[in-house]
Design a binder for this molecule. Structure first.
Ligand SMILES: Cc1cc2nc3c(=O)[nH]c(=O)nc-3n(C[C@H](O)[C@H](O)[C@H](O)COP(=O)(O)OP(=O)(O)OC[C@H]3O[C@@H](n4cnc5c(N)ncnc54)[C@H](O)[C@@H]3O)c2cc1C
Length: 493
């Protein structure tokens, strides 16, 4: 039986492991952290359960494909969200609900933007055409080299070219008059860990996926159910898991990796190796590649870092839904600064998830579990986060004022994770939350490849290789790397 060794146990790795076992490989997964899932993880404190990172599932058909193509029934139950989320603007008490149903959306914004439904239809039609013209040809595709990538790009109709030349903000500015509506449609750029002023307009396709194509989904039982169900199947298939163990170097011979060495000095042999550790940082730190030295990595574009707060609160906060955004009043000024400033603004923008609104077991009776995510600069710009409690208190006071609920005095459980902890827990480069950013120079063939440049049996899967970040994307990443492995090594059966 051929042996495969996976470094890391994020969703990209677990999905690859499933495909490898279907092909007859014997699989071992070595994980640095104490539990599986990577960023898709869980935190349990005194009767409260929190999703550590991801809280939205999108492109649900990718999850379906993962199970189906491995001969399994999808064990995950999803429920469509509508409204998708609500948005609060500073100085305005009202939460604007973002409905997929465009009639309801138009009604919600009737004082802000005339004929919103038809404007959104027009905007999404164009984004949808781009999505379908690139999904299979470019996004879900491996590239043999740059020429192959360029050839695939030439198959995308030329009418989409303006998308490449504009940023997301210009695209929404062209389509909507209300500042509030523009801000809301450009929020998806933050889901990519960037801002609408840095993100190319091509990513308006995400508006299409959220509002029209597939929407957002709630996972029954919480996001970590995805990991738990995958682990159950993988254990039944004989996959071996090793936790609290970090791979720190590789041993190679004749252009092949022979074994990888862990932080205790133990060597792990296999026929093929797949790194789920960040595809750029791993090449620099573990393989010592000059092209990925710290100096070079620092010059790359990275997504924003997460600053996360987990609160178990006594009482029910009526103003909050499952997903909520709290925005300030100076969107452009804020977006310009958060990337590179070492000072956290007094009025941060943040997202609040309350999964106890729909998953009862997440909090004791009469309580809520609050997960607050504030995008902040990574550690290239703000190295020390000793002020994390002060920053957290500032956000909590703001949220208390805006919800009319005294969160501080009702807090039963509290944990704060700054980019320092996110980096330490999962080897996220300088604490960047979503990995490499998605500017034109860092997607497709410009992104670190899923096949190593020197070693013929070393591959990569996950957010910083192709196609990019997010849960559905890393599932696609596992399919792409598996296609390569099959082509180059065949299946074992
Ligand atoms: C706060 C936050 C919120 C997010 N929200 C969403 C969301 O709502 N929806 C969505 O779709 N996406 C979301 N994302 C993005 C999503 O979490 C990631 O894109 C995805 O989980 C990345 O998966 P991955 O396969 O790249 O692996 P990762 O999750 O990065 O896991 C890699 C694993 O490898 C381990 N590892 C690293 N180096 C080594 C080593 N040398 N040896 C051993 N083990 C190692 C790490 O400890 C980690 O467990 C969010 C991310 C964050 C941080």
């Amino acid at each position: 039986m051929k042996k495969a060794l996976l470094i890391g146990s994020g969703l990209g790795s677990l999905s690859t492991a499933l495909r490898l076992t279907s092909d007859g490989y014997s699989v071992t997964i070595i994980e640095k952290y104490s539990t599986p899932g990577g960023r898709l993880n869980q935190l349990k404190i005194d009767g409260f359960t929190f999703d550590l990172g991801p809280s939205f599932m999108s492109m649900s058909y990718e999850l379906e494909e993962l199970f189906k193509s491995n001969g399994l029934k999808n064990p995950i139950r999803l429920e469509a969200l509508d409204p998708l989320y609500q948005v609060f603007f500073e100085g305005n008490d009202r939460g604007y609900k973002i409905w997929k149903d465009l009639k309801k959306l138009e009604e919600e914004f009737k004082d802000e933007e005339k004929n919103l439904a038809s404007k959104v239809e027009k905007y999404l039609k164009k984004a949808g055409e781009f999505f379908h013209d690139t999904e299979d040809k470019v996004v879900k595709s491996n590239y043999t080299n740059m020429a192959d990538y360029i050839l695939k790009l030439t198959r995308v109709p030329l009418k989409h070219l303006p998308y490449l030349l504009r940023n997301m903000w210009s695209e929404v500015e062209k389509n909507f008059e209300s500042e509030k509506v523009r801000v809301i449609f450009s929020l998806v750029a933050f889901f990519l860990g960037s801002t609408p002023f840095q993100t190319p307009a091509i990513f308006s396709l995400l508006n299409y996926t959220e509002m029209k194509h597939d929407g957002y989904w709630k996972v029954e039982g919480g996001m970590y159910r995805l990991v738990e169900e995958l682990i159950k199947i993988l254990e039944q298939r004989g996959v071996k898991f090793v936790y609290d163990t970090e791979i720190v170097s590789v041993e190679n011979s004749n252009g092949k990796v022979i074994s990888v060495k862990d932080n205790y000095g133990k060597s792990w042999e296999a026929d093929i190796f797949i790194s789920n550790s960040d595809a750029a940082a791993f090449r620099g730190k573990v393989l010592g590649r000059k092209k990925f030295s710290e100096e070079k990595l620092d010059k790359m574009e990275w997504t924003l870092a997460p600053f996360t707060i987990y609160l178990g609160v006594k009482g029910k906060i009526d103003k909050l839904m499952h997903h909520n955004y709290f925005l300030g009043s100076n969107f452009r000024g804020y977006a310009d600064k958060i990337f590179t400033s070492s000072i956290i603004p007094q009025k941060p923008y943040y997202y609040v998830n309350v999964s106890s609104k729909s998953v009862r077991e997440c909090a004791p009776e009469g309580c809520e579990n609050l997960f607050i995510l504030c995008p902040v600069p990574d550690r290239r710009f703000k190295k020390d986060w000793d002020d994390k409690d002060e920053i957290a208190d500032n956000i909590i006071s703001d949220l208390s004022a805006r919800t009319g609920f005294d969160i501080k005095s009702n807090t039963l459980v509290k944990k704060v994770l700054s980019p320092v902890e996110w980096e330490e827990m999962f080897n996220l480069y300088k604490g960047s939350g979503l990995g490499l950013a998605h500017g034109i120079g860092q997607v497709g063939a410009f992104r670190p490849k899923n096949k190593d440049e020197e070693f013929s049996n070393l591959y990569y899967v996950g957010a910083s290789t192709i196609p990019g970040t997010g849960l559905p994307m890393v599932i696609i990443s596992s399919r792409l790397v598996m296609e390569r492995i099959r082509k180059e090594h065949g299946s074992v059966q």
